[in-house]
Design a protein around this ligand. Structure first.
Ligand SMILES: [Fe+2]
Length: 509
């Protein structure tokens, strides 16, 4: 058996994925974000701790092979072109980020290192396609920038993944969305999700035309190309400086989101034209835009797969899958550091009934930006004051709603629209007045459904909660505060509990 590590290091959102390969079976045994163990948000490095976790969670096995995400030299050509001299010329090579004991373990005498690298977009596409339930699918990857590609379309057939369209820097939808994020005073490359949420508070009609005309060349029907009038790599703070009030910012957010949805819809239509398949895989950082994802869901009648970690962090997994060209059995996103012990159903239920808010850190941490029950802050979603209560604890903007987690069998009774186990789509909440904490201002919710197979502990908690209260859902948000990585270990959980005065349970007593 050979252990293969996928490594994303040296750019934002470092991560590591661990696979075991025996004969032709490929098994994903561990995957974690660098930030969770280093406690540095979007950490570009992998700490000693995360390497140790990767080894410990795989029976003390060191890797025999390493696959890097991104082609380092190729990326440097783009950085030189973009005049990022310092980065292009001085940044250490990726292999230097590996500790010496890993370097030694992948070294074969007289042969050299067993290591390789995979292109940025190919890793994204493979992370989606080879974890999907499809053996035939169109794959669309939209992000900011890797080496050169910014938008690619692929056709997956059997174990072949063929690129059918590619668009390069500086024309980048992701860079534009990040530039608009920065334009309204938010942090680019991190707070795009806040812009998306802010959009519901603004008037999309006021600025969408100007945004489209000032930044985009006209889209051609049925051809995926999306060309920009400016290189937005360094932002667009220069754009319409007179728009500087809070109301203007909300309207910019709303206009930006509307234009994004228009462009995304255009890409979906062009993809349908280019790739003859009834299935779609969406990947890249832009696949975190759950409002737009609902468009894809409708266009492909629900035959859509978005791996729950579609951004760069998920590509440590994609790099290995692209190299091996092999499907894996997707068992869920619970792949990180494991806090062992039974899910504390009894304790959580009791605390929810008395204090309405409780933290849980149990089992393997989620691999992806969303907490889905193992590193979650759960709350009673009923009542007008819950949103403020949770937003205060989390130090978040007061307008931002939370997501609900609901027993799968009750989802359609409470929500109208696409739902799923990973909070990837938005749907209409049928009773926003009763559940204001989990419905946005436009009455939409980002729903997580759960069944027994997906998460037995969370399912049991919701069942008991329903039995006692008649409410089949809870509010579910990540166990962190704004700008801080999610809790990873038991020590983190204890620290969090002390600091923010909310009980966090790690196992059943
Ligand atoms: Fe990317």
């Amino acid at each position: 058996m050979n252990t293969i590590w996928g490594i994303n290091v040296g750019t934002h959102d470092s991560s590591i994925s661990v696979f075991n390969k025996s004969r032709n079976e490929l098994d994903l045994v561990f995957a974690a974000h660098g930030e969770r163990s280093s406690r540095i948000k979007n950490d570009k490095l992998l700490s000693h701790d995360v390497f140790q976790q990767a080894i410990a969670h795989n029976g003390a096995k060191l890797p025999g092979e390493v696959v890097y995400y991104e082609r380092d030299l190729y990326k440097r050509t783009r950085q030189l072109w973009a005049r990022q001299w310092k980065t292009a010329l001085r940044k250490p090579f990726v292999s230097s980020y590996l500790p010496s004991y890993v370097q030694d373990s992948i070294h074969i005498p007289y042969v050299g290192q067993r290591e390789s690298s995979i292109e940025h977009h190919q890793s994204h596409a493979a992370a989606g396609y080879f974890t999907s339930p499809y053996t035939d699918a169109a794959v669309i990857v939209i992000d900011s920038i890797g080496e050169w590609a910014t938008l690619t379309i692929w056709h997956g057939e059997g174990t072949k993944l063929k690129k059918v369209y590619s668009q390069s820097y500086p024309h980048s939808i992701g860079l534009w969305y990040s530039a608009m994020t920065q334009r309204v005073g938010l942090k680019p490359n991190e707070e795009e999700y806040i812009l998306m949420g802010w959009a519901a508070l603004g008037d999309p009609e006021r600025l969408h035309k100007e945004i489209y005309e000032d930044f985009f060349y006209k889209l051609e029907p049925e051809w995926p190309q999306v060309k920009f009038k400016h290189n937005l790599h360094r932002g667009c703070r220069w754009w319409r400086p007179e728009l500087n009030k809070v109301k203007d910012y909300a309207d910019i957010a709303a206009g930006t989101q509307l234009v994004y949805e228009y462009v995304f819809d255009h890409l979906i239509k062009a993809t349908k034209k280019m790739v003859n398949s009834k299935n779609l895989v969406v990947m890249g950082g832009c696949a975190l835009n759950c409002v737009a994802n609902s468009i894809a869901h409708e266009a492909y009648d629900g035959n859509v797969w978005i791996m729950p970690n579609p951004g760069d962090a998920g590509s440590s997994m994609g790099a290995v899958l692209a190299k091996e060209k092999q499907f894996i059995e997707w068992k869920g996103p619970y792949l990180g550091f494991n806090i062992r012990g039974d899910y504390p159903v009894k304790e959580l239920l009791q605390e929810l009934k008395t204090n309405r808010l409780v933290g849980v850190a149990n089992g393997p941490a989620e691999f992806g930006p969303r907490a889905l029950g193992n590193r979650s802050l759960l709350a009673d979603p009923r009542g007008a004051d819950v949103k403020d209560l949770v937003n205060t604890v989390k130090k978040r903007e007061s307008f931002r709603p939370f997501a609900p987690v609901i027993l799968e069998q009750y989802a359609s009774e409470y929500f109208d629209g696409p739902v799923g186990p990973y909070m990837q789509y938005t749907s209409k909440c049928r009773y926003p007045k009763e559940f204001p904490a989990i419905a946005h201002i436009d009455n939409t919710s980002r729903v997580q459904t759960v069944n027994r197979e997906q998460h037995a502990g969370l399912y049991e908690l919701l069942k008991q909660w329903y039995r006692e209260t008649g409410c089949p859902m809870l509010l579910n948000t990540s166990l962190n505060i704004k700008g801080e990585p999610m809790v990873d270990t038991e020590e983190d959980a204890e620290r969090w509990q002390k600091k923010y005065k909310v009980k966090v349970f790690t196992k059943s007593k």
